[in-house]
Design a protein around this ligand. Sequence first.
Ligand code: URA
Length: 230
Amino acid sequence: MKLDRVIAKHRSLGRGEAHRLIAAGRVLVDGQIITGNQHEVDRFTRVELDAVTVQQPERALYLMMHKPAGVVSATVDAEHRTVLDLIDDPDKQTLHIAGRLDRWSTGLLLLTNDGRWSKLLMDAASKVPKIYVVETAEMISPDAVAAFAHGFHFATENVTTLPAELVLLSACHAQVTLYEGRHHQIKRMFGRVGNLVTALHRESIGKLRLPEELKPGMWRALTIEEWQTV
Ligand code: URA
């Protein structure tokens, strides 16, 4: 939202009056005088007018978790334990998941209450690489490498998957890099080359790697550097 709207709404003023207060240097945004009325603020920003708080900032949360198998990537579920059940934070009900993993998949999961951040991260246009390690029931054919790079048409959504990188690590073991996140994408891609995924683990999202010390079920807050540069 623009700064002038926040001020106008709070004081029940016209936008012109809000512009005058802002231009007079009476408005602080996160402790700094801002004189541009089109300055963008969000719900995580503190806004003050004449030293009175106009908007109290909400606490922004950026978390990483090592998702264990068997827990669902959801915030509520009638039947199963959810990843939220593993988190101990007073504001956990504000969280959503930035890129789900299937119930039996494991690895790096990001949770946040900042919708702009998660949207940017998950938007295929941002081309953030997500790296997975996969085990399969059958030997992975070397032809699968070209098929993954070429993309598959998914009739249900009428989309063709973006080029994905498949690196064979051993007969039934591979690394897959995706630049998008469609429902059951890796399982469906392996299905299309006549194979079955038996284990799936996400190692990284962008520059964020699952740290060795974060064991299954554990979570921690991202540092500012981590969430700003992912
Ligand atoms: N692709 C899948 O099939 N499952 C996941 O959990 C993630 C990617």
